[in-house]
Design a protein around this ligand. Structure first.
Ligand code: BGC
Length: 871
């Protein structure tokens, strides 16, 4: 039933963007009016950041010589299934620009052969290892380049993980903005060091899968987020990504504050391009493009895969809201030519910025078939055929990185009586289909849309084919000659264990993207909730009823409830192996048998009950109309909420045991740059380097069909049948969006560089701690830095917020390492919704900085101005 508008008025949180008054000194809290996304026009142009200067100069020269058709070509995909990649633009071959291949995804090159299936983001987050984050980025970039992918569609930092049941949280790095931000920036730097363009996604508020897209009868949901929450949580990792120089950003399907992200001028023009100073290009999510002129004016630069999405368009019939329509809107003067020039300049500059003008390979694979030859345009009725797969092996030695990540993410949650590590001659009985292979064969389900055998990743576009897989079963069998396997989820009732037998029980929990439903879960975990799939709890309990010692191994996309068995006496150990990717087997045995100590830490909280979360983070379902999803919990997601509500979870954020123990000593806080003002130093004005082009509307003939042109049905071209008619129709009657203007906005004070005002990134304190291995086995420790901001800031702020982390090398017993972690001005600031700027406590007065092994296990505290102590 549709809720009354009064109720919605009370529930929805408003954006105070429009009312911001720089003179007011008190921070405005969220109020409860209707969500609204204010207009923000025109689109800020790219080309004013010095790191991009050379690329923009080259792009300026090249774009100056482009015809209208060539320009439109680069902005619009050629149509779904109209080429080898998830999407490809048209080309400007005359000027040396090929079709650009945009392809998934965040953990490897999707749907192809001879490519590494790295562990997904959530596993990477659990390593808390910056070096591995970067190294995986390099591997992803090298493989993208090797396959001819120009733009690899990752990393994913949205969803942030607000909703524990959310289907795609596993593609990102964990339920904390700083963890996501650090991991995303390192991934991007790694990827782009190879020449591949990264595409951070999905901007923004894409926190559940169900109803993410508009379909017949339903409109994509609206994530109604207040300004402060948006800045301090959801935009935070995007800011870090822009700061890292990301080349492209993917816009999400959903609305934010009742305006669809693909045409939301506040989100694209205002936040991304003005405040965050983004210099690359903005691309739609697939088929998220629902308006022509409005999206262009709102700052969108590229339509993928080119076809228009519902509502308003029937996709897949060869219709785009850009392509010829964009040509028309330029010829008839509706869209200013300088907007199109900026779109194309951004795309070409990004191409130059990554060096793709220097021998970048063309695609040598096809997502459409595994055969060597096939149709070049499978979406066409009649397509020419040719060689589409060259089976190029791009894996190099990336399996080493993949295994290191999978291993160093494994999180030991319980280890009573030090039952782990196992000895090679322990008598083992292994249970659960999650230990074994997919009975239907490797990669039996497309896009991993099934949960069979060991769970290596979730499903959807964020998956990749496994090039090979050593299952936990095979890896254990290879090491132990005393292991017996029961690769079934039904406990064999006839079994009679010997007293010394150890049961290892494998369970899992899966989720994925909404276009596939797996065992009743339409992406989000709506059916299985936070419980293990395949009656995993029963399997553990049955084993615990017969064995004295049970080790549970969990593969999961996110938090899983363990209350039914975690306190049972026989359940001695729990290893959370997250989603290991292709190295599922060896990474696990590395830990199980003690070659390495576990060193992963939880990138989210594991609760005792789902009701411990705020009710506002449940998945919302509604068959008709538009879901309004008010983010009423504000900043209080995951551990921020548990602390505020004083709820002790089963395992806190950041938790993870080892086979050894660590002492944290000598915490110190070294002042680096003074924090001598509430707000950062004023930003500089934009330098005068933005490319300028002639503004005359180009000749209509530039988008006429070339003579004797062999059109392919459904392929999207920039051409018009009668361009002259479009040009003549120049009476400007277009109903421009509310607030549309061509007068540039004043420079936002929080902007001024990539990611925001450069002063925000000044290091103000350096935190140091000495970590000593105090146990008897070698191992790696993670130090997590949490900040507590003072009440003097005048706003309610989460008690503790992760802002930095570091991981030691492998420390031998007795060995020490000093870790150093930098805190920036932004790390100690709150978003001031009135000033529209980041506000910090002057001199850091009243700030407490904690170093710990989890949010609930703090080992050292430093109070700015009064020193540090061990806790
Ligand atoms: C997903 C994106 C993906 C795109 C292309 C969409 O359905 O939301 O994350 O990159 O498809 O496959």
């Amino acid at each position: 039933m549709a809720p009354s508008s009064l109720k919605w008025a009370l529930l929805c949180v408003a954006l105070p963007w429009a009312q911001a008054s720089p003179s007011a000194s008190v921070l405005q809290s969220r109020d409860e009016a209707e969500a609204y996304s204010p207009p923000y026009y025109p689109t800020p142009k790219g080309g004013w950041i010095s790191d991009w200067a050379e690329a923009y100069e080259k792009a300026h020269k090249l774009v100056s010589n482009m015809t209208l058709a060539e320009k439109v070509n680069l902005t619009t995909g050629t149509g779904i299934y109209m080429g080898p990649c998830a999407g490809q633009t048209g080309s400007a071959l005359r000027l040396g620009i090929p079709q650009l291949c945009l392809h998934d995804g965040p953990l490897g090159v999707r749907n192809t052969d001879h490519a590494t299936a790295f562990p997904p983001g959530i596993t990477v987050g659990a390593t808390f290892d910056k070096e591995l984050m970067h190294r995986r980025g390099v591997g992803l970039g090298e493989e993208a380049r090797g396959k001819g992918v120009n733009v690899l569609l990752g990393p994913s930092v949205g969803p942030l993980g607000r909703k524990p049941r959310g289907g795609r949280n596993w593609e990102g790095f964990g339920m904390d903005p700083s963890l996501q931000g650090v991991a995303s920036a390192l991934t991007i730097q790694g990827m782009q060091s190879t020449g591949a363009i990264a595409c951070v996604k999905h901007l923004i508020g894409n926190e559940q899968e169900v109803h993410r897209m508009s379909l017949l009868g339903t409109q994509a949901y609206s994530s109604n987020i207040d300004d402060r929450t948006l800045h301090e949580l959801y935009l935070w990792p995007f800011a870090d990504s822009v700061k890292a120089g990301v080349g492209s950003v993917m816009i999400s399907y959903n609305d934010v504050n009742r305006s669809s992200c693909s045409q939301n001028s506040k989100v694209i023009n205002g936040l991304l391009k003005d405040e965050l100073g983004f210099q690359g290009f903005v691309v739609t999510d697939w088929l998220a493009h629902i308006s022509g002129v409005s999206s262009t004016l709102a700052g969108l630069d590229m339509s993928m895969p080119g076809d228009g999405g519902i509502p308003g368009n029937i996709p897949l019939l060869g219709h785009s809201v850009w392509g010829p329509e964009l040509s028309r809107s330029i010829l008839n003067g509706t869209v200013p030519l300088d907007r199109l020039n900026d779109m194309v300049t951004r795309i070409v500059a990004t191409w130059y910025q990554m060096g793709q003008d220097q021998d970048y390979p063309l695609p040598n694979f096809s997502v459409n078939t595994e055969d060597a030859e096939g149709p070049l345009y499978p979406g066409a009725l009649f397509s020419p055929t040719g060689v589409v797969n060259q089976f190029v092996d791009v894996q190099s030695d990336h399996n080493v990185t993949a295994r290191a990540i999978a291993r160093d993410a494994i999180t030991l949650l319980k280890n009573q009586d030090n039952i782990l590590p196992l000895r090679r001659n322990d008598s083992l009985k292994v249970f659960g289909s999650d230990a074994g292979p997919d009975p239907d064969g490797l990669n039996s389900c497309s896009d991993k849309g099934c949960n069979k055998g060991v769970l290596t990743m979730g499903w959807g576009s964020g998956s990749a084919r496994l090039p090979s897989l050593v299952t936990p079963q095979e890896a254990i069998a290879n090491i132990s000659s005393h292991a017996e396997f029961f690769i079934t989820d039904k406990f064999p009732s006839s079994i009679t264990p010997n007293p010394n037998d150890i049961a290892i029980v494998f369970i899992n929990s899966d989720s994925g993207e909404n276009y596939i439903t797996v065992e009743g879960n339409p992406g989000d975990r709506t059916k299985d909730g936070l419980y293990a799939w395949h009656k995993g709890d029963d399997l553990v309990k049955a084993a615990a009823a017969k064995f004295h010692s049970v080790v549970v191994v969990l593969h999961a996309v996110g938090p899983v409830l363990m209350e039914e068995w975690i306190d049972l006496a026989p359940v001695k150990a729990v290893l959370h192996a997250h989603l290991p990717g292709q190295e599922a087997g060896w990474s696990l045995t590395d830990i199980l048998f003690g070659d390495s100590s576990p060193s992963g830490h939880l990138p989210y909280t594991i609760p005792r009950s789902e009701s411990d979360y705020p009710s506002s983070v449940a998945i919302i379902q509604q068959p008709f109309g538009q879901i309004q999803d008010p983010f009423t919990e504000g900043l209080y997601i995951d551990y921020r909420h548990f602390q505020k509500a004083n709820i002790t979870p089963r395992f806190p954020f950041g938790f993870g045991l080892s086979y050894t123990t660590f002492n944290f000593s000598r915490p110190s806080l070294v002042p680096i740059n003074p924090l001598d003002s509430e707000y950062p130093a004023p930003r500089s004005p934009k330098p005068d380097t933005i490319p300028i082009y002639p503004t005359d509307i180009p000749p209509a003939a530039e988008v006429a069909w070339p003579k004797h042109f062999n059109r392919i049905w459904r392929y999207l071209y920039p051409y018009l049948d009668n361009p002259a008619a479009a040009a003549k129709n120049s009476s400007n009657t277009y109903p421009y969006p509310e607030g549309y203007s061509t007068t540039p906005q004043p420079d936002p004070r929080a902007g001024g560089g990539e990611g925001g005002n450069p002063a925000l990134w000044e290091v103000v304190f350096s935190v140091q701690v000495q970590v000593t291995n105090a146990g008897a086995r070698k191992g790696r420790a993670v130090a997590q830095v949490y900040v507590e901001l003072p009440a003097s800031l005048g706003v309610d702020t989460p008690q503790l917020q992760l802002r930095q982390f570091e991981k030691t090398a492998v420390l031998a017993p007795g060995q020490s390492e000093t870790l150093t972690m930098d805190l920036t001005r932004k790390d100690l600031s709150v978003w001031d919704v009135v000033a529209q700027d980041w506000k910090a406590p002057v001199n850091g007065d009243g700030v407490n900085v904690y170093v710990g092994e989890s949010v609930a296990d703090l080992r050292g505290r430093c109070t700015v101005g009064s020193g540090c102590s061990k806790l």
